[in-house]
Design a protein around this ligand. Structure first.
Ligand code: SF4
Length: 74
């Protein structure tokens, strides 16, 4: 099975700083002035990241495939 890489982004205009994503994946997200930002834009594909994106109350986390740019979430 070939591994796939995803590109994660956070829309800081809509992030309300709940910390859910930072707590769940500190290897990918961190806080900056009360809003989350991405610390590792390219990450191995992982269902957990979709779960995190789904749990964001303001739908601020987006995921795309790194090669094609196809949207993984939302
Ligand atoms: S889960 Fe969403 S609202 Fe909460 S800190 Fe992360 S991006 Fe911001």
């Amino acid at each position: 099975m070939t591994s796939e890489q995803w590109r994660i982004s956070v829309d800081q205009r809509s992030c309300v700083g709940t910390g859910l994503c930072v707590d769940a994946a500190p290897q990918c997200f961190a806080f900056d002035a009360g809003r989350a930002h991405v610390t590792a834009e390219l990450v191995e594909a992982d269902q957990e990241l979709i779960d995190i994106a789904e749990s964001c109350p303001t739908e601020s986390v987006s995921i795309r495939r790194s090669g094609s740019g196809d949207q993984v979430y939302p």
